[in-house]
Write a protein that binds this ligand. Structure first.
Ligand code: UDP
Length: 236
């Protein structure tokens, strides 16, 4: 069966129900806008299980997501939403592109989280944008930008607390949102929440437990993902 859409880490398939899609998690990993690529056995399974647990945890805290159900180890059923072409990044501690862009040292803790928008475009390498760009590019209205920011900050608060219970510091993360296709046209959390999309540092040792192990060739990438899943499942 041909996927409806194939991304870097997932494939989306239609189902018998036009309102429902099947999201399959791949073992492929990419970094630096797909310049660096590798395949990790079990990554799809680990990210499926972590996303599922995170979505269920967030739903229980009142955050709506596109999750419907699990199909198997690497497949989730999700609502067929219109994905907003704005990625929302929340940063609690300086890392990654933030450090590169402004010359701040990795590890500096922010007093208040930073929320960033980027334009979801592989071709352009997901460039940083702001509310004015989003408005003029027709990506999101000013009201929608405010809603995305407010929702992302709620997700951040809930996840900081949850990962804390896992012995992990939530450094930063990227989330995406979709609009439901029913009359309500609600904005709900979509895509994934995993060590591919969050930076997580062990509270005790400072060890990086996320995709930076791949980006920076730190080794034992899947060992770290496995450990994240173990801690997430025991904190649920
Ligand atoms: N991120 C992501 N997808 C992207 C860009 C970023 O999931 O296309 C996540 C990344 O894993 C990190 C956070 O968003 O947890 C902030 O990433 P950053 O802007 O520092 O970019 P990077 O260092 O990944 O280039």
């Amino acid at each position: 069966m041909q996927p409806l859409y194939e991304g870097k880490a997932k494939r989306l398939y239609t189902t018998d129900d036009p309102n429902v899609l099947r999201m399959e998690y791949k073992d492929e990993a990419t970094a630096f806008n797909a310049e660096k690529k590798a395949e990790f056995e079990n990554k799809g399974r680990l990210n499926t299980a972590i996303t599922l647990a995170m979505y269920r945890m967030l739903e229980a805290k009142g955050v709506e997501t596109h999750l419907i159900d699990q199909v198997d180890d690497i497949n989730l059923l999700v609502k067929n939403v219109d994905i907003l072409m704005v990625e929302v990044i929340v940063r609690n501690i300086a890392a990654g592109s933030f450090c590169k862009r402004v010359g701040v040292e990795e590890g500096v803790e922010f007093n208040t989280p930073i929320v960033e928008f980027s334009y979801k475009s592989d071709e352009l390498g997901d460039p940083l944008i702001n509310d004015d760009y989003a408005r003029e590019m027709g990506l999101a209205t000013p009201e929608e930008c405010a809603e995305l920011k407010q929702k992302a900050l709620v997700v951040n608060e809930v996840m900081i607390d949850f990962f804390n219970r896992c012995g992990l510091k939530l450094v930063d993360f990227k989330i995406e949102f979709g609009r439901t296709k029913d009359d309500e046209a609600k904005i709900v959390l979509a895509d994934e929440i995993s060590p591919d999309t969050c930076r997580l540092w062990d509270i005790e040792t400072g060890k990086k437990m996320d995709k930076d192990r791949f980006r920076q060739d730190l080794g034992d990438v899947m060992g770290a993902y496995e450990e994240v899943l173990k801690r997430v499942e025991s904190a649920i």
